[in-house]
Design a protein around this ligand. Structure first.
Ligand code: SF4
Ligand code: SF4
Length: 269
């Protein structure tokens, strides 16, 4: 399936690239600008935290599938109804009486060789110097090339902003020294975030103490979200969307909780 997927993706990329260049050639210099104001001005929000390399470790031994992360992410990032930056799929494994549930938190992998970046004709999608892959939605024109290019299906077209969207590791929080919302609220402590260049960081210690896996390694995108205790059966099924309805139900309970916490933090801040 990967071979088929790869050739489809490669075809799409070529098609997208030629369409983009055709558009560049025919629309004329005044129709749009390829300047990227934030980065041209070296805005720290766009450059990131130089010298750091942010990653996430997902310790599946601790994930209980509660969807607190799914829920707070939606509130923190104002993700529209029925759309998600992160969610946790649920898989039943084994046969009675030896059965168990496996949970797989999913999000943008902030790949070191992100398939979404080279296809972007405007430069709206890029990797900051600290490894966080972001979408500048003031520059994005919503063509959706990046959405098709991501082998993990971790991008979507945001109904509200009319631009491409995905997890940004809550860069707006990280740049203030806070943790991503999903990490802060993870009940089981399954989500760990930090600078892997720092040998004293928890992510560095986890990655160097346990065997870790990444999703769809064969795609060659070098994901920067690392899973501890990833069962191969879950990995095979990871792209299923079976649990989205359940996620919607479960998340409602957490929304008001997070809204309260966030309001309190703002009042004290
Ligand atoms: S997971 Fe997809 S959207 Fe995220 S960096 Fe990798 S290719 Fe891009
Ligand atoms: S949708 Fe936006 S971010 Fe994605 S390729 Fe198009 S311009 Fe770039």
């Amino acid at each position: 399936m990967d071979n088929q997927d790869n050739s489809r993706r490669s075809f799409l990329k070529k098609g997208f690239a030629s369409t983009a260049f055709a558009m560049l050639a025919t629309t004329g210099a005044e129709a749009f600008s390829l300047q990227i104001p934030g980065r041209d001005k070296k805005d720290p929000k766009h450059i990131g935290q130089v010298g750091k390399h942010f990653v996430m470790v997902l310790d599946l031994r601790k994930c209980i599938g509660c969807q607190a992360c799914t829920s707070v992410c939606k509130v923190e990032n104002e993700v529209p109804h029925d759309q998600y930056r992160t969610f946790v799929t649920e898989t039943e494994m084994g046969e009675f009486p030896d059965v168990r549930k496996g949970f797989l938190p999913q999000l943008c992998n902030h790949c070191d060789d992100p398939a979404c970046v080279p296809v972007c004709p405007t430069g709206a999608t890029f990797k900051r110097e600290d490894g966080i892959v972001v979408v500048d939605n003031e520059v994005c024109w919503g063509c959706g090339y990046c959405i098709s290019a991501c082998p993990y299906d971790k991008r979507y077209f945001n109904k509200r902003t009319k631009t491409a969207d995905k997890c940004n590791f809550c860069a707006q929080r990280v740049d203030k020294g806070l943790m991503p919302a999903c990490v802060e609220t993870c009940i089981g402590g399954a989500r760990v975030f930090g600078d892997v260049n720092d040998k004293n960081s928890e992510v560095y210690k986890l990655i160097h103490s346990f065997s870790t896996s990444v999703l769809k390694e064969a795609q060659g995108t070098h994901p920067q979200t690392f899973y501890i205790s990833l069962d191969s059966r879950i990995e095979e099924l990871f792209s299923t969307t079976q649990s989205l309805d359940d996620i919607v139900k479960a998340e409602e309970g957490f929304k008001s909780e997070w809204e309260k916490t966030r309001a309190e933090a703002h009042n004290h801040g």
